[in-house]
Design a protein around this ligand. Structure first.
Ligand SMILES: *Cc1c(COP(=O)(O)O)cnc(C)c1O
Length: 425
């Protein structure tokens, strides 16, 4: 028995006509009322984990996502994976095989990217405050170093003597616009990221006098965007800015990273991004850019869009209790494993991730519960007042949309419980 799994429309759910619902979770089948990932029941994985909470990532879902995206994106776009979304080495190796390059933001991420065996020229290294060790590793490896400041420019120039060819660099531009409605704004106004657009022409002249090979620009204006019109505006402004700066460059650009920012639906009421209008507009911008900058390599970098939906987080109900009319499921997992789901990773108002009871996906016996972790803090919430099948101690709580900014973005040491495991399937 296989059915599509939509935790909030399962049989017997309290009618919630006016209440927004989570987008349906369609990546994982349900067999015998147990959620499956990578062809395995979550109950089997829980046994393999010896009762420890775990993340599981389905490589086939990542593959499908990239293949689907590629059929829609203009062929000239080089697709990169930003590995900070999920730096598990198996995930990075898989994504290296699917994409055209990797974006890293630390020396350790660089080592993970290099270990996949991809051409270092397809790796770019961004991030403010790169240490001398970071920069030395990047220069030695021959990756594209994204300069976030003129200090970094000077430091890389000083390291140029240690290698045969001038280090390859690009300038991260802090644009003079913002990506509207983006979950995390990373450009526009005063920002620690990149060099302000208005200073870039002068910096390009400085670079021309140094032993550095300036290949182009990196313009990243934001993340987690679900609104096509906002992405269209960002693309229009990104290309316009890049072309304006290209006209002032001392030599032609060979590389232009236009950022990414494609979002995934996490919360009730959010819908998957409608790519059609975004790519239709992008096709025009790409054609113009290739006309004006012949031979330029156009890069789009995405993290969560490629991996978030491929991952789940699973923990076990260790207690149930009633408190003044409210039911709590207490689990052995929590914010120390999954900070983002607890609402403490950049959310202004806490909202629930999509959740199901993994070994009891559909049931007529429903209840409204809050799901909390074992930490001694009221912030340790995985689900607040959710209507779910009535769960017993030992049942498995599954959080969807957990393949990005889950394991890697969580404070595992807080309260010294065991860290979660990770399965790459
Ligand atoms: C974090 C980051 C990304 C990835 O963002 P997602 O929302 O995961 O796609 C891409 N580029 C840069 C520069 C980043 O800092």
């Amino acid at each position: 028995m296989t059915s599509s799994n939509d935790p909030e429309t399962s049989a017997g759910a309290t009618p919630a006509r006016s209440r927004p619902k989570h987008a349906p979770q369609q990546h994982f089948p349900v067999v015998g009322n147990c959620l499956q990932i990578g062809g395995q029941p979550v109950s089997t994985l829980a046994e393999r984990a010896g009762g420890r909470p775990f993340y599981a990532y389905d490589s086939a879902v990542m593959t499908r996502r990239v293949e689907d995206l590629r059929t829609q994106l203009p062929a000239a776009i080089h697709l990169h994976y930003a590995i900070k979304a999920n730096p598990m080495p198996e995930v990075v190796a898989h994504m290296a095989g699917l994409t055209d390059g990797l974006d890293v933001a630390s020396a350790a991420e660089l080592a993970t990217a290099l270990a996949t065996g991809i051409d270092p020229a397809t790796i770019s290294f961004a991030g403010p405050g790169k240490s001398l060790e970071d920069l030395q590793a990047a220069v030695s490896a021959g990756v594209i170093i994204i300069l976030e400041s003129t200090t970094e420019m000077q430091r890389v120039a000083e390291l140029a003597g240690s290698v045969a060819a001038p280090p390859t660099v690009a300038i991260r531009v802090n644009p003079d616009f913002e990506l509207k409605a983006s979950g995390m704004k990373m450009g526009g106004g005063p920002k620690p990221f990149g060099i302000d657009a208005e200073q870039v022409p002068a910096v390009m002249q400085q670079i021309a006098a140094l032993p550095l090979d300036l290949v182009g620009l990196h313009i990243f204006s934001g993340s987690q965007n679900l609104r096509p019109e906002a992405l269209i505006e960002a693309h229009d402004k990104t290309f316009a800015l890049a072309l304006r700066l290209a006209a002032e460059a001392p030599k032609p650009f060979r590389w232009l990273n236009i950022g990414g920012g494609f979002g995934v639906p996490y919360f009730p009421g959010e819908e998957p991004l409608d790519l059609a209008p975004v790519v239709a507009n992008l096709r025009q911008r790409v054609d113009e850019a290739l006309h004006q900058l012949p031979g330029v390599e156009l890069v789009m970098e995405l993290g969560r869009y490629l991996v978030a939906e491929a991952g789940i987080y699973v923990c076990t109900v260790s207690d149930r209790k009633e408190s003044r009319g409210h039911t709590f499921l207490i689990t052995n997992g929590g914010l120390h494993h999954h900070l983002a789901a607890s609402g403490n990773f950049g959310q202004v108002i806490r909202k629930n991730y999509p959740v199901c009871i993994g070994n009891r996906v559909h049931s007529d016996d429903q209840e409204t519960v809050s799901i909390v972790g074992p930490l001694c803090t009221p912030l340790d919430i995985l689900g607040e007042r959710m209507t779910l099948p009535r769960a017993a101690i030992g049942d498995l709580v599954v959080l969807f949309q957990s393949g990005a900014y889950g394991y890697t973005a969580s404070p595992h040491r807080f309260l010294s419980h065991p860290p979660p495991l990770e399965f790459f399937l």
